[in-house]
Design a protein around this ligand. Structure first.
Ligand SMILES: *Cc1c(COP(=O)(O)O)cnc(C)c1O
Ligand SMILES: [Zn+2]
Length: 420
């Protein structure tokens, strides 16, 4: 395993870890896979499904050989993340118009979002370098996740959050785990710029999506989907994009599976952005190879509120390698799709429902054929944004098509029977 700069291909040893190359590029982790045997790996991964008390019971560390083989076990900080449900849903098949849909509920992670898949690896790596103080800037879920793992590792965390357009639930969760929360006036993108300037002076281990170890951990999402489906994937994987770390990890994970021969066919990736924060989709739709940042992004799906995604070059690679597509959806489409995901019994936060909204649109546009199959990655839990639930179901200004308001009645049998 080594670090390679995405821009200039400079190689750096693992113990000389830095977030950015001298040239300004981000690092990628490259594994040496030539000694790995696919059949043996399959057997080991299956055996670990019955583990309960070792790090290998985790849905991330189960795949340690493909994620971070060099890490000594003593540094692993795990909450048995991953191991999330893969559901089918007739309701959502009817809603999107596709023949077969699966939903991968990363919302079932210990802190309630897929950020745990990556954070367990970043915090474990930080500990192996001797760090006890961790930091991130975040629209919310990254901070909740970091605060949880830092607490578990008996370290401390310092979290920078924009003072607008974030979910209070996520901030409260972060405070409750004991993080120092620093609210600043500016956007997520301003937070990232601050790090790039001062990472050395702060002497903190940075856990943003520019951290390549998080990407390695997030590859486990597609590994787990593959393993649960007996190493045969659907035609499409649909994923939401904000900072674009998860779509990067998806592409990398698929590449690993194909290289090892664990899967025969690589599915196509559909990346969905929210219309108010869709610089990557705009670039792809215009056939450009250079991203123009959005100076004031806004979407109600707060986890997608990012105008200048740092990982866009890595994300472009995923699209190229999977013959992928991009699409953008409105907040109204996202919130209606979310109501359907919630009513299917699975549930998710707004950003996650961009996948289902996007799938509807791509099927309607016949970019995805209704006879194909798809898996949508649900990134966060429905209780991550209770304000969104309140606005949609009980808000006077709600434009939701699937509202479910509260009924009120006198407790008289006839009145109640009329409601049932
Ligand atoms: C972080 C996050 C996203 C976006 O993922 P990126 O890797 O930033 O593209 C989507 N949904 C939820 C719930 C998130 O927390
Ligand atoms: Zn470089």
């Amino acid at each position: 395993m080594k670090l390679v700069c995405v821009d200039c291909s400079r190689e750096v040893a693992l113990d000389a870890f830095d977030y950015q190359c001298g040239c300004g590029g981000l690092f990628d982790i490259v594994h040496d896979m030539k000694d790995l045997d696919a059949d043996r790996l399959k057997r080991v991964f299956d055996e670990r499904l019955s583990e309960r008390m070792t790090p290998y019971a985790s849905g991330v560390w189960r795949y340690k050989e493909l994620i971070f083989p060099e890490l000594p076990e003593e540094f692993i900080t795990t909450k048995y993340e991953g191991n999330t449900g893969l559901y089918s849903s007739e309701l959502l098949q009817a809603y999107t118009g596709i023949r077969k849909i699966w939903l991968k509920a990363q919302s079932e992670n210990p802190s309630g979002s897929f950020k745990d898949n990556g954070m367990t690896v970043a915090v474990s790596h930080g500990r192996s370098l001797g760090y006890k103080r961790f930091t991130c800037t975040s629209t919310g879920n990254t901070s909740s996740s970091l605060a949880m793992y830092a607490a578990l590792a008996q370290g401390s965390s310092y979290v920078f959050v924009p003072n607008k357009n974030i979910s209070l639930n996520k901030v409260l969760q972060t405070l409750a785990y004991g993080a120092k929360v620093i609210s600043f006036s500016g956007t997520y993108d301003d937070g990232i710029r601050f790090y790039e300037q001062y990472s050395k002076e702060l002497e903190l281990y940075i856990c943003n999506s520019i951290n390549p170890f998080r990407i390695e951990g997030q590859k486990s999402i597609i590994y787990e989907i593959s393993q649960y489906l007996k190493w045969s994937l659907p035609d499409w994987v649909v994923i939401p994009g904000g900072a674009l770390s998860n779509v990067t990890a998806l592409g990398k994970g698929l590449h690993d599976l194909k290289t090892l021969g664990l899967i025969d066919k690589v599915p196509r990736v559909a990346l969905i952005q929210a219309e108010g924060a869709s610089p990557f989709h705009k670039m792809a739709a215009a056939g450009k190879q250079e991203l123009t940042p959005e100076p004031s992004p806004y979407t109600r799906a707060s986890a997608l509120n990012i105008g200048n995604p740092p990982s866009w070059k890595k994300a472009l690679r995923t699209l190229e390698q999977t013959n992928g597509v991009t699409c953008s959806v409105t907040d109204a489409e996202i919130l209606d799709a979310k109501a359907k995901v919630d009513q299917s019994g699975i549930g998710c936060e707004p950003a996650s429902a961009a996948t289902v909204a996007g799938l509807c649109k791509l099927v309607a546009q016949q970019i995805i054929d209704k006879d194909e199959t798809a898996v949508c990655i649900l990134t966060g839990n429905m209780l991550k944004d209770t304000d969104a639930l309140h606005e949609y179901h009980l808000g006077e200004a709600s434009a939701g098509n699937y509202r479910n308001g509260i009924l009120s009645a006198d407790l008289a049998l006839e009145d109640i029977q009329r409601l049932l």
